[in-house]
Design a binder for this molecule. Structure first.
Ligand code: ZN
Length: 323
């Protein structure tokens, strides 16, 4: 019988230790299908340590390998932790915000099997920016773009004939977002903090305000024409702690980093370095922003080390919602 570890014939088990000294196992890899190991009799003896967290699906972060015939062998002890992650609906102002501010957790939750999607407030669905957004969301596993279709505060031609997002009638904007929340039924929402992120762009600030109103309204019996009530459990606000700003300014310059949150108010710090490649690819999918030298263009010019410094951590402030 072939062995899944090194393709040798396993033969008499007394020879196993020698065989695998000559043919060492391949590097340990993260797998979302730990039970695959069971197809080989040798692998069936592997000891899996399972734990659960959250409410959605599984995420393998390591494994423990033991062999009952030869005792513990082959490198470091590993643990398999099956983690359930909540479904996410992210709400951002412009195409590219989703990848820059939350690309890591969107990719992480999608990789773990959780449902993810992104609502974007500005730019018309027929524009190049939205075609690029579709590419970015494909990379992040976040479905198709969900556009509200308002105009960018600084680019009136982004949605000709439509009001600027930050000038739109508030009640109508909230109702349209409530409709998106009730349709997708996420367990958590993600949006900007009250500053509107490091730059404080007016569209970002307005996105925060509308999302906070819609998050609460979605669970009530208001806007009856916008679907059945659905209450997410929390809103996660993307932010940067003040202690991180100095390092960020070294990469993007002091001009770009104006607003940050006192460290003690930041509730969640997520290391997204395992998803960094995906996050960077999603950012660079916004090709017109790369070309015009906006933040995706800066990311394109950074060294791998600087990209890691800038993008491998995402911070959040958790705002629980009434059930
Ligand atoms: Zn933006």
């Amino acid at each position: 019988m072939a062995c899944s570890r090194c393709s040798c014939a396993t033969g008499p088990h007394r020879r196993r230790r020698a065989l695998h000294r000559d043919h060492p196992p391949p590097p340990l890899t993260v797998s979302t299908r730990p039970t695959d190991a069971r197809h080989c009799p040798r692998e069936r003896r592997r000891s899996w340590h399972l734990a659960e967290f959250g409410t959605s699906t599984r995420f393998v972060v390591g494994a423990t390998r033991r062999d009952t015939h030869t005792g513990p062998v082959w490198g470091p002890v590993r643990k398999v932790v099956l983690v359930k992650l909540p479904s996410l609906l992210a709400v951002f102002g412009h195409p590219d915000d989703e990848s820059l501010a939350a690309g890591g957790i969107l990719a992480r939750h999608a990789a773990a099997g959780a449902r993810t999607a992104v609502v974007t407030a500005t730019w018309a669905p027929t524009t190049q920016r939205v075609a690029e957004l579709a590419d970015a969301l494909r990379i992040l596993g976040a479905g198709e773009p969900r556009m509200l279709g308002y105009a960018d505060a600084k680019v009136p031609e982004s949605a000709l004939g439509c009001p600027r997002w930050c000038d739109a009638p508030l009640d109508e904007a909230v109702r349209r977002l409530v409709m998106q929340i009730r349709e997708f039924r996420p367990e958590a929402l993600v949006t900007f903090d009250a500053y509107g992120g490091l730059t404080g762009h007016p569209d970002h600030v307005h996105t925060h305000r509308v999302t906070m109103l819609a998050a609460e309204a979605a669970g009530l019996d208001v806007y009856p024409d916008a679907g059945h009530p659905w209450a997410p459990s929390a809103v996660y606000l993307t932010t940067h702690p003040r202690s991180s700003v100095k390092e960020i300014e070294k990469v993007i310059g002091a001009r770009g980093a104006v607003y940050a949150t006192p460290d003690e108010k930041v509730t969640d710090r997520v290391d997204v370095s395992p998803l960094l490649e995906q996050k960077v690819a999603a950012i660079l999918a916004h090709r017109s922003e790369v070309d015009r030298g906006a933040l995706p263009g800066l990311v394109a010019r950074l060294s791998p080390a600087a990209r890691e410094e800038l993008l491998s951590t995402e911070w959040f402030i958790r705002r629980p919602l009434p059930s």
